[in-house]
Design a protein around this ligand. Sequence first.
Ligand code: NAP
Length: 394
Amino acid sequence: MTHRVAIVGAGPSGFYAADGLLRGRPDLRIDIIDRLPTPFGLVRAGVAPDHQGTKAVVRQFDRLLAQPDLRFAGNIEIGRDLTWDEVIQSYDAVVVATGMVVDRKLGIPGEDLPHVWGSWRFVAWLNGHPDFRDGPDLSGVKSVAVIGNGNVALDVARLLAKSPDEMTKSDIVPEAGAAIAAAPIADIHVIGRRGAGEASFTTNELAEMGRLARAVSVADASVLTAEAPAADPTPERLRKAKNIETLKRFAAQTPGEKPVTVHFRFHATPTAIRPGEVELSTGPLAADLVVTCIGYTGEPFPQAESVFPVGWARRGPSGTIPTNRADSHAVAKQVIDFLEDRDPKSGPDILPLCVDAEGWRRIDKAEVAAGAAQGRPRVKLVDWQALLEVAQGD
Ligand code: NAP
């Protein structure tokens, strides 16, 4: 008999935890449980559909799914199909890799208006998450306010700014791609409440905003005076200095040079949202669509000696996907140490009927085949029933 570990959440931190566990204890039996019938969490639903290079990390995770002692258990929701208590009682250890999937709120008037979208909901729609089938009405959207100065804000601005040709190799949901292509978007404002030096954009992602076919990125040169202190030797200093350089290049561009203009605005705090307008500390700004990209919160989970949170569930919504590898491996080591002097629990297998790795392979095959017909990496199944039917081989 060997120890059994449940990993709740089949996103990157969950898979990296499985990888760390199997490296240290190849004899472990691991169940990766997810409420969706599809694995890969944030990589499938949150990484921008045009960043296929980032999404390619799933190949590593797919290899793990082929391991005999690792089971994928999709379409299992804790609270609906199993209780946390049952999971904690039945497994020798539980890794909580549920991420953060609730949009943080600005806490200002007008935030609940229909033209205000949180980035999780917005990007999940573009990515075909079955809980987010309906997107915003973009048919009259000329001006967009993207609130936040992180990489998610850049993802949202870029996806709205890109031409249909630039999206052909993406796995954006076709209806969402068509809605963006047909929208009369002319201005996208990326709004930071602090200065350019405080923005958390990473270098390559910001530079990408200067290489868009149908959009020009601009910034106000007068606010780009912040220089990182030369005495600061950290990679952070380099990142900030490069960002300022990039924004200075944007400042030399002319708004309106291309059909879409992306305006980088700093020191502008949103204070209220009204139909067609967002009130900033710097004054009102026309906005037919507002997308808040200000971070996420997660769902609560129980604390217990045998429960080990990992990834965003442990440390909050920060860091890129590779950051999670080291983090998850460190937690996997803690789990292995925890199990060392404990006898494995005995008891029945509590997993109800689920979508297993074979079911996921059927979904994957169907999506890739649908994509091949259009020269795209995949066309996702976005409907719960269709996902479950294909998984069952119907
Ligand atoms: P983030 O980098 O933490 O950015 C959140 C932004 O929201 C910050 O600019 C923050 O401003 C702003 N904000 C928070 N509360 C606000 C408020 N009440 N009013 C106005 N602005 C507010 O987070 P993220 O963009 O959601 O990204 C999450 C993580 O995923 C990051 O580590 C990111 O690098 C990563 N990611 C990576 C990629 C990639 O590698 N391509 C793509 C997407 C995401 P302050 O700084 O002033 O608090």
